[in-house]
Design a protein around this ligand. Structure first.
Ligand SMILES: [Zn+2]
Length: 437
């Protein structure tokens, strides 16, 4: 898409991101759910996650936004637009974390959305379209094995059956966890938005690998977002005396699991596509006693790709492999599909809006795919979506070692803020209204 020259030369008051305010919000949120080891523990549907939402809701109110929540625990702050009835520009990310996660994952996008609105307010910059800053609930799959529960409720893709079926390590289902926090389970269908309510969605997020750091570029524009297929494998062997049972008579569930783990790695490397990754990140062994041959293993496999076909090929190969290993070792196996998401290609015109902003600001950027899943992938079902990535100095994520420089965060939030104005114009132009005054 070609941007009119006026877009670059027009003199407007510029919204300016406030670094001190941003840093203060990030610092405050880094205390919520912090463990002595420095990790963040704000798991989906916990008191710590809710505390972070309360903090953000309070900052939204201070910024003059109309705040509301929904039945799954998403928090929204709305700034009205200049004209009634127009779709909103929605900005945001998530506030939950994995076990011992980092302080920037998700949080930067929520605080960034808030700061974008504050920067517009300070310069009295009105937009034609309303702006909604959002903090999604339960993006991470760490607790229940399924991701993006908050944004999935918004697009109407969260069946009650799944909420009752998925459970955490203590046997608590999503449905019970939601109700324990006082959210009305049966009202979750009311979380659904009409696609006509949203003109565009933008998520600012830290990069979760070292791509931008290696390229020495501070900002990334995402063209495609990978998605996960997750399998839960139950292996039932026979628990037996570790001294009295000869090697030939054993049905060792853990030895079978070990073979499966290595084969998962091999298939991801050899059988599937260039971007396929697969991980066994969780393995429970029973009875877990040094003197007993392991009788039972539960293990979860996470398979991801930005190419849906390649992900399916890898998944089928892994299922066949599990059956083969189990049969050969005399182990009973059960394979449960925990989650199956589709990768998403993001809208070209929203990507071009961010590219235009980067060029105007003189920001060095790279267009790249995101192997990590995000709420933007889900929101792309509802509206044209876009993602701005911020360089991750550490190259590490889902770890307390995750680190992003404040100067890069400020730059990312500034790109986000200017993108809002660009999208405000682009949405009007797409309706054939031309550039608004
Ligand atoms: Zn995230």
């Amino acid at each position: 898409m070609h941007w009119p020259v006026e877009a670059a030369t027009e003199v407007l008051p510029l919204p300016e991101v406030n670094q001190r305010r941003l840093a203060q919000d990030l610092r405050m949120l880094a205390h919520i759910g912090a463990s002595p080891g420095g990790g963040i523990n704000r798991l989906a549907f916990t008191a710590e996650e809710r505390e972070a939402h309360s903090y953000v809701a309070a900052r939204m109110r201070e910024a003059g936004l109309t705040v509301r929540g929904d039945a799954i625990g998403n928090t929204f702050g709305c700034r009205p637009g200049g004209r009634e009835g127009l779709p909103a520009i929605v900005l945001g990310s998530h506030l939950d974390s994995i076990y011992e996660g980092g302080q920037f994952d998700g949080t930067v996008g929520v605080v960034g959305a808030l700061e974008a609105v504050r920067a517009l307010n300070e310069q009295n910059i009105a937009t034609l379209h309303p702006i909604i800053a959002v903090a999604f609930a339960a993006e991470e799959g760490a607790r229940f094995g399924a991701s993006n529960l908050g944004s999935r409720a918004l697009v109407g893709d969260l069946p009650q059956e799944e909420l009752r079926r998925l459970h955490d390590g203590n046997g608590t289902s999503v449905a019970v966890a939601i109700q324990q926090l006082g959210f009305p389970l049966k009202e979750i269908p009311t979380c659904r938005w009409d696609s006509r309510q949203v003109g565009a969605f933008v998520e600012l997020h830290i990069e979760q690998s070292a791509g931008l750091e290696t390229l020495r570029k501070p900002v990334g524009i995402v063209d495609a977002i990978g998605a996960a297929t997750r399998l839960r494998i139950n292996l039932i062997g026979r628990p037996d005396h570790s001294g009295a049972t000869s090697m030939s008579l054993r049905r060792d569930a853990l030895a079978a699991a070990a073979e499966i783990v290595l084969n998962v790695e091999r298939i991801a490397r050899e059988t599937a596509g260039r971007n396929t990754v697969a991980t066994v990140g969780k393995l429970n062994v029973k009875p877990g006693v040094i003197t007993v041959v392991p009788g039972e293993v539960e293990m979860d496999i996470d398979i991801r790709d930005i190419d849906a076909d390649m992900k399916d090929i890898a998944t089928s190969a892994m299922e066949a492999m599990v059956h083969e290993v189990a049969r050969r070792r005399g182990i009973q196996e059960r394979i449960e599909l925990l989650t199956h998401q589709l990768p998403s290609t993001l809208a070209m015109w929203t990507r071009e809006a961010i590219r235009g902003v980067c060029q105007e600001m003189g920001v060095d950027y790279r267009v790249l795919p995101s192997g990590a899943g995000h709420d933007a992938r889900v929101m792309a079902d509802l509206a044209p979506a876009a993602m701005i990535l911020v360089r991750n100095k550490s190259g590490i994520s889902h770890s307390p070692a995750e680190w992003v420089e404040m100067s890069d965060i400020v730059l990312g939030v500034q790109v986000l803020t200017n993108t809002v104005l660009k999208l405000d114009d682009a949405l009007a132009q797409r309706r054939g209204e031309g550039k608004h005054p």
